[in-house]
Design a protein around this ligand. Sequence first.
Ligand SMILES: [Ca+2]
Ligand SMILES: [Ca+2]
Length: 246
Amino acid sequence: MLRSRSRWIAAPLAAAALTLTAAGYAGAVTSPAAGAHTAGKHAAASAPCLADATTLLGDLDGDGRPDKISNPGHTGTKMTIQWGTKSGSFGSKHTVRSLVGAKKGEDVSAAVADFDNDGTLDLVVNVVKPSGGDDPSTARLAEYRPGPLARTNLKSPGAVHSDIGDMGEVRQLSVARYNDDAYPDLAVLNNAGDGQMDRDVRLSKPGGGLAGYDREAKLKYGEYGTWAEPPAMPTDGWSQFYKTCS
Ligand SMILES: [Ca+2]
Ligand SMILES: [Ca+2]
């Protein structure tokens, strides 16, 4: 509890720091309870912003420095991360696929946003080996990982199982804005088997974080299609929640 409370306190400070530093580097601002938890060396980060439509700059590992998250095509399947450096530049590209330890033949889908709106970006990740047949595979790994995430493997001590990969084969993940609150929602392109492809959704919970499967939400915001004509996935999720970097 202490950890989450201190992060809630840190968020407004991060927002204030953004207005003070045009460069968006808030290294001097530290959490008031920084010494109380393991993130003591971490500074509060500035708010995430969009470098372009498929590139988000925001703190993913909690060191207070913006990291570069690239999501070509908004599909979540080719996402890369470059860690922010002390000088304000970015390190080499790492694929999410390699960071989460995907094996040969497995497909990885990921979505990054501040799903709980605490100022640090979070990750939803699904790893599945496609069945290649009529019956869809289920996920080997499907997790919601609240940031900060470990640089080496994107793990989070607060990770919880996500049910996105329990009933079908996740093909794509995308951030969306379905219900009108401050928290990002998730769109899931799901291979349901036998030629069926649907768009499932996971809505934000009151107070943040993602709820589980909800039939009513799927009927309201989802869509049913086929392998030949899959439902469209949202591509404006990030721009609904993040401004263009100044
Ligand atoms: Ca960082
Ligand atoms: Ca967060």
